[in-house]
Design a binder for this molecule. Structure first.
Ligand SMILES: C[S@@+](CC[C@H](N)C(=O)[O-])C[C@H]1O[C@@H](n2cnc3c(N)ncnc32)[C@H](O)[C@@H]1O
Length: 250
């Protein structure tokens, strides 16, 4: 069944207003604090289990909040010519931001979304990027078919604002686990219950839009089943920012 949010994301007029007029206000109201694209980008990078992000996050990044085995590998940047996927990219803000990041100059950035209208607008907006450093392209694709769009292992997958509106998030996570390289990181912004909040009304509103609010254990279990583990996270209101890695087999 198509949710309200999925229907809205097929309307070009809405999509063209989305980044400036909708995104920040919508998320800030459920995070109970100001949030916008740039803050999500830098806060997610600050969660990286290793500064995959050398030179990419804010200068005084807050320390990561590791909640699982930190990886043993020393700090490194994503390899040159790394594949980076913006999954459920919508109008492509994250893909454009990644493409203008000098530290990713050699990377290939791919934005994927199931909505053809969103991809059309993403391509339109990408034409206005003055000097992209990295190669940037967009394609219509369902997250459940990610393997068809990742010929090589991905160094990073950005899954922002999308997991909670996917009809089968568990399949999307399985695909992410299959597409990430061994040191790859998935940066995710989604909705998750907050034990410190009574948020029945917020959760009802989100569910009307077709946005699921994951129970905490539910997301962990889904990740584990898919072969992923959350390595660092921040919960703001109902908005979860989390970094995932592939689970190491013992
Ligand atoms: C709220 S938008 C977020 C877009 C963008 N990541 C951002 O943060 O602005 C969610 C997007 O997920 C896409 N989406 C939903 N289900 C999907 C699926 N199964 N595969 C790929 N994209 C999906 C929708 O079409 C929509 O563009």
């Amino acid at each position: 069944m198509t949710s309200a949010a999925q229907k809205i994301f097929e309307r070009p007029a809405f999509l063209r207003r989305y980044e400036k007029r909708v995104h920040g206000r919508f998320l800030s109201s459920f995070a109970h604090q100001k949030m916008n694209y740039e803050s999500i980008y830098s806060d997610l990078l600050a969660l990286a289990p290793r500064p995959a992000s050398a030179g990419r996050g804010p200068k005084d990044a807050p320390p990561a909040n590791p909640i699982a085995d930190p990886p043993a590998s020393p700090p490194v940047s994503p390899p040159a010519k790394a594949l980076i996927v913006d999954l459920g990219c919508g109008t492509g803000w994250f893909a454009r931001r990644l493409a203008t990041d000098p530290a990713l100059a050699e990377s290939a950035i791919v934005g994927l979304d199931v909505s053809p209208a969103a991809i059309e607008v993403a391509r339109e907006l990408a034409r206005s990027v003055p000097k992209p450093h990295a190669a940037l392209r967009f394609a219509v694709a369902n997250a459940e078919d990610l393997a068809e769009h990742t010929a090589e292992p991905a160094a990073e997958i950005w899954l922002c604002g999308a997991l909670h509106q996917m009809s089968r998030p568990e399949l999307a996570l399985e695909q992410v686990a299959g597409a990430l390289g061994p040191d790859g990181v998935m940066y995710c912004q989604t909705f998750c219950e907050n034990p410190d909040l009574v948020a029945r009304v917020d959760i009802k509103v989100l569910s009307w839009f077709g946005h699921r609010v994951f129970a905490r254990g539910e997301l962990d279990a889904m990740a584990e089943k898919a072969g992923l583990v959350i390595v660092a996270e921040q919960l703001r209101g109902l908005v979860l920012l989390a970094a995932f890695k592939r689970r190491r087999h013992s």
